[in-house]
Write a protein that binds this ligand. Sequence first.
Ligand code: SF4
Ligand code: SF4
Length: 385
Amino acid sequence: MPEAINYFDEVREVVQEMGGQDITVCMQCGLCSGSCPWGRMEKESPFSIRQMLYMGRLGLEGFESDDILYACTTCGQCVVRCPRDVKIIDIVRAMRSVVAETGGIPKNLKAVLGSINSQGNPWSQDSEKRTIWAKDLDIPTYTDQEYLLYVCCTSAFDGRSQKIARAIATTLQKSGVSFGIIGNEEKCCGEAVRKIGAEEEFTALAEHNIELFKEKGVKKIITTSPHCFYTFKNEYPELGGEFEVIHYTELYANLIKEGQIKPVKGLAKKVIYHEPCYLGRHSKVFEAPREILSAIPEVQNIEFDKTKDNSMCCSGGGARIWMETEAGLRFSDVKAQEAMDKEADYLVTACPYCIVMLEDSLKNIDKDEKMAVKDISELISEAID
Ligand code: SF4
Ligand code: SF4
């Protein structure tokens, strides 16, 4: 039997280096585990954040497995609940970084890091094709425009998600927003890379992008993904990257108020909004997406039972998007089913990861294709002239 490793002291040290917090402030009340979406899944999961925090100490075998340490989606629900303000996601990152140093990360995530190192994106795509989504759109290269439009790796390369990048770019063009793209020289923002525990790779990506943005004179950035938004805003400043960052939904909400985006075409559909964790709970952008949806004529907006800080995650964060999750165990399955039960026509969100997860779930439960998954940008692109 392999020797049990005591992770606790090492993790405690890494966490203290990262944020100065001593994880022994945890009083083991269990509120984190009680609020974790894994507890809502039909089949019982071995995952428990509280147990996980202390498994490191016990050195239990299997602690690094896909369904324990790597099960966390970093949704932040437990962080909102914790009475001791334990930085649970930082602890998960620290634990993963300790495991990463021993080469013990899951196979799929090793492939993601390989692709990041060779191509600068997690999707094993040719870095020279980063602007393929913009074909025939006549989008200017960034020179001295007001905004850089940073298109996330998923929307740059994934066929479904490219439609979102195209919808956003064409709406900005029609609204007279001054923007340009950099494209092939950009690399992944590194959000998921950091959540895998690969700190060195994250720093390399961030330093590359920061230098590139500064060299081009970028001051303001529009992001298509909440994950890039969160990272540019909260993590790049640590490395000297101070930019004014806005998620496209915030910009749209402002442009609607100022009359630069005018949704005029009616959409007689029942629409339910799924809150992306990194836009909602992590960044507190709760109103802008709802304001945009309310501005579309004839739309009937409905809500999930739990919203905003209590909204259930899709399962795609924390690098889970690249890991296999059995059907019926994905949080997006629960969200898609609830949207179906409420008879929504469109399940709407504002994040490329959420779109991937929700569409996957819908394929399993909506055999009659009664409901569709849409990004808010797609609804606006259809609603303007
Ligand atoms: S909610 Fe906070 S204090 Fe309670 S067990 Fe979880 S981490 Fe510890
Ligand atoms: S961040 Fe989300 S998935 Fe991870 S332990 Fe907390 S509640 Fe569970």
